[in-house]
Ligand binder design. Structure first.
Ligand SMILES: [Ca+2]
Length: 153
């Protein structure tokens, strides 16, 4: 009973870990943080987020504009791009988020002409500053740059 009450209270008063901020809008409640001073490849960025109890942030049509606005406020020493939690499976056509959701190639957050899988090596999804101020692009996962972590609460 006591544990149950504590659990209920915790659900009513979620808190984000240090360095994380709350995202609480209609498309999902989660904590997020932008990393722009410790640049990582997509795989290594994902490891960092997982070690903090979360994952790379899963983009959606619902949350993208919010993320885009925040990206402009979180630029750092890394290339002014941020990895997102979506990747194209081997042999696949669409990006798939770390939550398993396919991202349509005609979603409105892609920059013009993207995703283009240039040279057949662009398998990971980023927000890219020089593409109309953080529209989405597919890029080689081996690039070292900023990223966004997410912890679901
Ligand atoms: Ca591209």
């Amino acid at each position: 009973m006591f544990v149950s009450l504590l659990s209920t209270f915790a659900n009513l008063s979620p808190a984000c870990p240090a360095r994380y901020s709350m995202y609480a809008e209609s498309c999902g409640r989660f904590c997020y943080r932008y990393e722009s001073s410790a640049c990582r490849t997509w795989d290594n960025a994902r490891t960092v987020c997982q070690q903090e109890g979360g994952d790379l942030l899963a983009p959606s049509v619902c949350n993208y504009e919010f993320l885009r606005m925040r990206a402009r406020q979180n630029e750092g020493i890394c290339q002014t791009n941020f990895w997102l939690g979506a990747r194209r499976p081997a042999g696949g056509n669409n990006m798939v988020t770390v939550l398993g959701e396919a991202i349509p190639n005609n979603a409105n957050f892609w920059a013009g002409g993207q995703p283009d899988n240039a040279d057949n090596v662009e398998q990971c999804m980023e927000m890219r500053k020089d593409f109309n101020s953080y529209l989405a692009n597919d890029r080689s996962c081996a690039q070292s740059q900023g990223f966004i972590c997410q912890i679901r609460i």
